[in-house]
Each structure stands twice: as C-alpha cells, then as structure tokens.
Design a protein around this ligand. Structure first.
Ligand code: ADP
Length: 296
C-alpha cells in the first residue's frame, strides 16, 4: 500500500470490519465431528408445548442423534427445559401441560396411549440442575432404581460398582458405600446422580443445567464424564453456558423467545446444526447475535 497513489478525496482508512467475538470451541483436536446425516433416536416433529392456554414453545422440529451429545441453548425462558422434559414425559407431571405434535423414540410415538411413561423414564433418564441424592447411603442411592424397576441382576454389588465406575466416582467412594450420600461434595453428588441414572440402564440421559450449581473443577469433571458417557449413551443437555455447549456437544439447538402480535412470548427453535457450525458460522443472524454476546 506504500506505493498506492494518494487519493485527495480519501478521508481516512475505511473502518475495518471487526472480527466477531466467536466462542472458543474447546479442544477441537479430539472432537468427533458428527456425520451430516443424523442417525436419529428421537425425532421431534412440529411440537408445541402448552401450559394451560399458554403456548410456551411453538413448532419445534429436531432430531437427536444416536450416541451424540445434543445441547439446547438460548436465553432464559425460551423453552429449553420445557422441550427437554418432553423427551421423557416429565411434563406429564406438570398440571395443565400439554404436548402437541409428534415425538418419536425409535420410531414409536412417545405419547401414544399404550406407552408407559414410567418405562419411558427408565429408558430416558434425567439428571437435574441441583444434585438430588436420596437421603440414603451411597450404595442404596444406586441400588434403589434397579430394585424398584425389578431389574434382574445376579449381583447388586457389581451393578453398584459398575455404575459408580462409569460415573467416575468409584475410587472416591468405594470405602464408604454405606455412608450417607448427603455427605458428599456437590460435584460428587451430581456424579452420584449420574451413576443412579445409569444404574437402570437407560439409553438416553437428559441433563438440565447439570453443572450450574457446581464450581469450575467439578464442572470440568462432569464435562469429561459426558464425553466418556457419549460412547454408550445418547445425551441431551440444557445449558445456559455457551462455552460448555461448545466444549461438550456434537450438535446444538439454539432457541429464542419471539413475541407475537398479541404480545405473547413463545419459544422457537432458531437453528439446529453441528456445534462447530453453530459456533463458527451460524446461518441465522439471531444465533450469531446470541453467541457473540450481542443479545441474551
Ligand atoms: P428455559 O428452560 O429456556 O429457561 P422454560 O422451559 O423453563 O425455559 O420456560 C419456557 C416458558 O414456559 C417460560 O415462559 C416459563 O415461564 C413457562 N413455564 C415453564 N414451566 C412452567 C410451568 N410449570 N407452568 C407454567 N409455565 C411454565
């Protein structure tokens, strides 16, 4: 540029477009890039969810890939938890909640009259925001589910050990299995809840903000654990932490709340894609505004 002719009308250097503040994708090197075609375990077709007359979420279409981690992100109140709870019929327990549209699990309508919601919740387990161990021993927390579900096991001790090992907790608790679960740290309690979920041999694990009550070290352990678990389980996580979604998930669904002409807010799915795509090159301006921190 040093030899460029001077233009008398030049009023200075044109503004340089600032690079958008992309969210840093975790360790890209060991990320699995999911296939373009989704091998769907759960399919959501034009689903709307109502609480009484209020349509909280409108017209969602989504596919959950087998042994993938799918993150649901978006600002508070956009319906992430509502959608998550549809996957194991937890909304059945909310008075006035109603699901319109179709959700299939291995091609079967999850809301068909013949489907037993208890069996759905065994196959599609849930880990909540706040660790919620039973006020029982560590051992009994794990053994409880298999017992009440009548799971045939020759050796409960082995099952307890396996579940705790898979939840990366065994080494820390193997010498105090009869002690109260409530004496564990928050992070340990959350891994115990994951072990309790695994113990009934689900296929899908739903996680609703599983780290929001945990410190960064406990959070990192859960995130590592999620990567391990994704070898054997399909995981769907709601998180308000975008870095977490970027670090742990294979695909991301971005939701937002839109206000209609009557002034009512409805949660909408804006964009669903591979996580790398969502966080580096989103298709929708609303997604870009959200992940770059301009909104939400
Ligand atoms: P998010 O998880 O994205 O924060 P939610 O799914 O919790 O959003 O909520 C979506 C909308 O549904 C919000 O307007 C919220 O107030 C409403 N909502 C959630 N749960 C209930 C409920 N049990 N009864 C009535 N409204 C609810």
């Amino acid at each position: 540029m040093a030899n460029a002719p001077i233009n008398p009308t030049d009023v200075g250097t044109p503004p340089v477009e600032q690079p958008v503040n992309k969210v840093t994708i975790g360790d890209v090197s060991d990320r699995r890039e999911p296939p373009a075609e989704i091998d769907a375990v759960i399919e959501v077709e034009d689903v709307s969810v109502y609480y009484g007359a209020y349509e909280a979420v409108r017209g969602v279409n989504l596919q959950i890939g087998y042994n993938e981690i799918t993150a649901l992100i978006g600002p508070s109140g956009c319906g992430k938890s509502t959608v998550l709870r549809c996957f194991n019929r937890m909304n059945d327990l909310v008075v006035g909640a109603r699901v319109k549209g179709r959700i299939t699990y291995h091609g079967n309508d999850l809301y068909h009259a013949d489907i037993d919601p208890i069996e759905v919740r065994r196959r599609i387990g849930m880990v909540f925001q706040k660790p919620n161990p039973f006020p029982k021993s560590i051992y009994d927390n794990i053994a409880y589910g298999p017992r009440v579900n009548g799971l045939k096991t020759k050796n409960m001790d082995d099952l307890v050990e396996q579940a705790l090992t898979r939840a990366a907790l065994w080494d820390e608790v193997k010498d105090k299995l009869k002690e109260s679960a409530l004496a564990l740290s928050g992070g340990q309690q959350q891994r115990l809840c994951i072990a309790r979920t695994i113990a009934v041999q689900p296929e899908v694990i739903l996680m609703d903000e599983p780290c929001s009550a945990l410190d960064p070290i406990a959070t990192a352990r859960i995130e590592d654990l999620m990567h391990e678990l994704a070898r054997d389980f399909t995981i769907i996580i709601v998180t308000h932490n975008m870095q977490q979604a970027a670090r742990v998930s294979d695909r991301t669904a971005f939701f937002t709340a839109e206000v209609d002409d009557k002034g009512e807010r409805h949660g909408r799915l804006v964009e669903f894609d591979r996580t790398s795509q969502i966080f580096t090159n989103p298709n929708d301006k609303r997604t870009e505004d959200y992940i770059t921190g301009r909104f939400g």
